[in-house]
Design a binder for this molecule. Structure first.
Ligand SMILES: *Cc1c(COP(=O)(O)O)cnc(C)c1O
Length: 383
């Protein structure tokens, strides 16, 4: 094929695509370890860009998966009955209020598909978890992004003002704690935002870092607070972070009503959570002690790393999560590149206004030490 026909076809495709899709930013998923190994010639890669659990899942998960070879010829349970029952039992929900997704990102997607029409208002945070902006825009919604304060905290006054001004937002999407900043709304601030949210707004509380945030005093009991309200809401959590199952893609939501779950069930693919994912999530869920140990280790390592960075004079946001949002006070690209050359992958933030920040995940003891050394080098010798 000639260059000319390729170009013609690319132009045609741009014209055929929905306008919402044409203008979408790509999700910034970062480099794979394999690419880093090859491109930079390093033998060890410290993966500190995706907030994964460095210890991986409970050993019970491996045992459960080893039994699966006999049954993978069969479709999984389209309704995730066993997993939903287990989640319901521990969270005090009814199974009918629980929905499971191919990662919680899948639930964000089906929420947007089920509820958003072109022109609908959506309110979310800036800087943001990319999909909180991308999925609403994909549906043609107008996304209003509320910046954190200069001190890198939620701007609760701005949230209350945005929620009460103008037509009611169709969705308010709020991650608590936030990704990428790591800041947290405490119980009083959370209550203020909930009370400022119009009754006609579906409140989506993304608690991807719930298990870590429970270790920070003041973290709100969102389910208890929301259950006391007569309004639509959903709380999203995931098996990808503290439970160590990012590779298998399982997230869940606890919804205000059975009806909300039924709406999402109409939109999601029927077998959105595969057999290995359902099996692994149930095994992980039944080994709470293992998860708690991982979270304890990670929180201790986060405190260690924050102390070391503070001692170097580095500014960062207080974190209730398994990552730190670090202010380099200079463009992040050259520093991130210098880190890659040393085998350390972090996430240089790309949203306008935040290009001086990197987000670094808390990894293993060895990788955190490697990061600290490489970071000191990279700040002295950016690329
Ligand atoms: C990691 C993350 C998710 C996505 O989790 P998956 O269950 O892996 O899709 C969702 N929301 C936020 C804020 C996250 O940081």
């Amino acid at each position: 094929m000639t260059v000319a026909t390729l170009t013609a076809s690319a132009e045609l495709l741009t014209r055929l695509a929905r306008p919402e899709v044409r203008d979408l930013p790509a999700y910034n998923a970062g480099l794979s370890s394999e690419v880093v190994r090859q491109r930079y010639g390093v033998s060890h890669v410290a993966r500190l860009a995706s907030n994964e659990n460095p210890l991986g899942p409970s050993p019970a998960v491996g045992r459960a998966l080893a039994q699966l070879a006999q049954t993978i010829g069969l479709y999984p349970d389209a309704n995730c009955r066993a997993l939903r029952a287990a989640i319901a039992a521990r969270t005090g929900a009814k199974p009918e209020q629980v929905v499971v997704g191919n990662g919680s990102e899948n639930l964000l997607e089906v929420l947007c598909q089920a509820f958003l029409e072109p022109g609908d208002r959506v309110v979310t945070l800036l800087p943001s978890f990319g999909l909180h902006e991308i999925y609403p825009r994909m549906m043609g919604a107008k996304v209003q992004m509320l910046p954190v304060t200069p001190a890198l905290e939620f701007d609760v006054d701005a949230w209350c003002a945005a929620l009460t001004a103008g037509p009611a937002p169709k969705l308010a999407m709020l991650s608590n704690p936030s990704n990428p900043v790591g800041c947290m709304l405490d119980a009083a601030a959370f209550r203020r935002i909930v009370q400022a949210t119009p009754q006609e707004t579906l409140l989506v509380i993304d608690e991807a870092y719930y298990e870590y945030a429970l270790r920070t005093p003041g973290f709100p009991d969102a389910l208890a607070e929301l259950r006391a309200q007569n309004r639509p809401w959903i709380v999203l959590r995931t098996f990808s972070k503290a439970w160590g199952l990012a590779g298998l893609r399982v997230g869940y939501g606890i919804a205000s009503d059975d009806k909300l779950v039924q709406m999402l069930d109409r939109v999601r693919t029927p077998f959105n959570v595969n057999l290995a994912a359902q099996t692994a999530a149930l095994a992980a869920w039944n080994d709470v002690a293992y998860m708690e140990k991982c979270v304890s280790d990670t929180v201790a390592q986060r405190q260690w790393l924050a102390t070391q960075l503070h001692a170097m004079g580095v500014r960062m946001a207080p974190s209730a999560t398994n990552f730190l949002f670090v202010d380099l006070q200079r463009p992040n690209g050259p520093v991130a590149e210098a880190l890659l050359q040393r085998g350390v992958v972090v996430k240089p933030w790309k949203e306008v206004g935040y290009e001086n920040f990197i987000r670094v995940s808390i990894g293993s003891v060895q990788d955190n030490a490697l990061f600290l050394q490489a970071f000191a080098d990279a700040m002295r010798n950016p690329v």
